[in-house]
Design a protein around this ligand. Structure first.
Ligand SMILES: Cc1cc2nc3c(=O)[nH]c(=O)nc-3n(C[C@H](O)[C@H](O)[C@H](O)COP(=O)(O)OP(=O)(O)OC[C@H]3O[C@@H](n4cnc5c(N)ncnc54)[C@H](O)[C@@H]3O)c2cc1C
Length: 427
C-alpha cells in the first residue's frame, strides 16, 4: 500500500459498511470506515427484526455473541379499526430453524464495528464525508472534515438518502412517493412483564404488525417487536401521504399505542428512546447505479429494501450486498484494477443473489401497496364480518354465507377480484 493511500474507504458505519469492512480487513486490506454519527449505530433506526440467514453465513452462530434481543417465535398481524382488531397469530418451534431476531441498532452496530476492528479495520465516528475525490472520472478518495483522504476504491454504504451517490449521478433524488418515514418508540416494561404480557419464554420474542386505523388511512402500517426488557413500537408511512391524513406521524404512533388492542401491552411502560428515519419504498425501480470506476454502492444507499407497507426488510439485504461488495473489491485488489469493468462483477454477483431475486419477485409490490383499500376498507370489512359472526343480540341469526356476502359488498366484487389478482401478481 502507498503510505498516503488506503485500499478501501467505506462511507457509512451501518450493516452494509461494517460487514464489508469486516470481510476486507480479514483478508488483510487496509480499510477505513467513516461514520457521521458520534457512535456506531447512533443514527440508525430499525423496527427491528433481523433475518439471521445472511449474517449466519458470514459469522456462523453470530447470535451466541452478538447483542440480539430475542429470537422471534411468535408472529402476529392485526387489521385495526378504531376500536376493533382482527388478529392472526402464528407461533411455532419451526420458526427457530431459520431464526430472526429483534435487535437494537445502537448495540448491534457497535458489536459489528468491534468485530471489524478486531480484524484490523479502522473506523472514525463523528465525521461526515462531504464529497468524493474524482480524477479522470475515477473515484479515488473522499473529502471529510476538510481533509482529502486517498483510496483505491470507495464503498458508499451511507444509507437511504445517499447524497454522495446522488452527487455522482448514480442515484436519483428521492421522490416523496418512493420514500417513507418511520417513527419509533422504545418503551421499557421489564423483562418479566414482556414475557408475561406476550406469553413468551425468556429469550423468545414476538413480532406484531398492524394495518388499518393506526395510520389514519395513510399508506403504511405499524409494528411492535419485543426486546429483552422493552418493546419497539412505531409507524412507517409514505412521505408523499403526509398531510393527507389529519394525523401527524407522531400522532399515528400515539394512536397505535392507545388502541384498545395494544394499550394493555404497553401500559405502565417508560419511554426510553424516540427516533425517526427515512425508509426507501420504491423497490426495484429505486435501485441506484451499482458501480463505476473506483466506487460501489451497497445497502439502503443502493435501494435494497422491500417495503410491504406494514413490514419491511432491508437489513439482510444490506448485509448481503456489503458481503458481495467486499468480495468484488477483494478480487479488484488482487488484480490491481479497480476499473468499472472489474467492479461490474458486483452487479453480476447481486444478480445471482437472493437480493435481486427478491426485488424482482416483489417488483410490483410498491404499486400494489398504493391501493388505499388495503389500509382503509379491508380492515373494516374483516371487522364487520367477525363482529357479525361473534355478536349474539337476540335478533334472527343470518347464515354465515350471507354475513360474508354483506361484508364483501362494501368492497364490491369487481374491486375484490382486481385486488386479489393484483395482490397475487405482486407476491
Ligand atoms: C422505522 C424503520 C423500521 C425498519 N424495520 C426493519 C426491520 O424490521 N427489518 C429490516 O430488515 N429492515 C428494517 N428497516 C430497514 C433497515 O433499517 C435498513 O434497510 C438498514 O438499516 C440498511 O442498512 P445500511 O447499512 O444500508 O444503512 P444504514 O443502517 O442507514 O447505515 C448508513 C450509515 O451511513 C452513515 N452516513 C450517511 N451519510 C454519511 C456521510 N456523508 N458520511 C459518513 N457517514 C454517513 C449514517 O449515519 C449511517 O450510520 C427499517 C427501517 C426503518 C427506518
Amino acid at each position: 500500500m502507498d503510505e498516503e493511500k488506503i485500499d478501501v474507504i467505506i462511507v457509512g458505519g451501518g450493516l452494509a459498511g461494517f460487514v464489508a469492512a469486516y470481510l476486507l480487513a480479514k483478508e488483510g486490506l487496509d480499510v477505513m470506515v467513516i461514520e457521521r454519527g458520534n457512535t456506531c449505530g447512533s443514527k440508525n433506526v430499525t423496527g427491528g427484526r433481523l433475518y439471521g440467514h445472511s449474517l449466519e453465513r458470514i459469522i456462523p452462530r453470530f447470535a451466541e455473541e452478538a447483542p440480539v434481543e430475542r429470537m422471534i417465535t411468535k408472529e402476529r398481524i392485526s387489521f385495526l379499526t378504531e376500536s376493533g382488531a382482527s388478529t392472526m397469530e402464528y407461533a411455532s418451534e419451526q420458526l427457530k430453524e431459520f431464526p430472526s431476531y429483534s435487535v437494537q441498532r445502537a448495540k448491534f452496530d457497535r458489536w459489528l464495528a468491534e468485530k471489524a476492528e478486531q480484524e484490523g479495520a479502522m473506523y472514525i465516528c463523528g465525521i461526515r464525508v462531504d464529497d468524493l475525490l474524482v480524477r479522470d472520472g475515477k473515484v479515488c478518495g473522499v473529502v471529510a472534515a476538510g481533509d482529502e483522504i486517498e483510496a483505491d476504491a470507495v464503498l458508499l454504504a451511507d444509507g437511504v438518502n445517499s447524497l454522495l451517490a446522488q452527487k455522482l449521478g448514480m442515484k436519483r433524488e428521492l421522490h416523496p412517493a418512493q420514500v417513507g418515514v418511520g417513527v419509533k418508540e422504545v418503551i421499557r416494561l421489564g423483562e418479566k412483564t414482556v414475557c408475561d404480557r406476550f406469553a413468551l419464554n425468556p429469550g423468545e420474542g414476538a413480532a406484531w404488525l398492524f394495518v388499518g386505523d393506526c395510520t389514519g388511512g395513510n399508506l403504511g402500517g405499524g409494528f411492535l417487536y419485543t426486546y429483552q426488557d422493552s418493546v419497539s413500537l412505531g409507524i412507517v408511512t409514505t412521505v408523499g401521504d403526509i398531510g393527507r391524513s389529519k394525523l401527524s406521524v407522531p400522532e399515528m404512533v400515539d394512536r397505535l399505542k392507545e388502541h384498545p388492542a395494544v394499550r394493555p401491552y404497553v401500559a405502565g411502560g417508560e419511554l426510553i428512546e424516540y427516533s425517526a428515519h427515512l425508509v426507501s419504498e420504491g423497490g426495484l425501480k429505486s435501485i441506484s447505479e451499482l458501480y463505476r470506476d473506483g466506487v460501489l454502492v451497497a445497502g439502503d444507499a443502493a435501494g435494497f429494501v422491500i417495503n410491504f407497507g406494514f413490514t419491511m426488510r432491508g437489513m439482510d439485504y444490506a448485509i448481503e450486498s456489503g458481503k458481495l461488495a467486499a468480495e468484488t473489491l477483494l478480487a479488484a485488489y488482487e488484480k490491481g484494477d479497480y476499473s468499472a469493468e472489474t467492479l461490474s462483477r458486483y452487479k453480476q454477483a447481486l444478480d445471482r443473489s437472493f437480493v435481486m431475486r427478491d426485488l424482482k419477485q416483489f417488483a410490483r409490490m410498491p404499486s400494489f401497496m398504493e391501493n388505499r383499500r388495503i389500509f382503509e376498507t379491508y380492515p373494516d370489512t374483516v371487522d364487520n364480518f367477525l363482529r357479525g359472526l361473534f355478536t349474539v343480540d337476540g335478533s334472527a341469526p343470518k347464515r354465515l354465507a350471507f354475513k360474508g356476502i354483506d361484508a364483501l359488498k362494501e368492497i364490491g366484487l369487481v374491486n375484490l377480484a382486481f385486488d386479489g389478482l393484483k395482490g397475487l401478481g405482486a407476491m
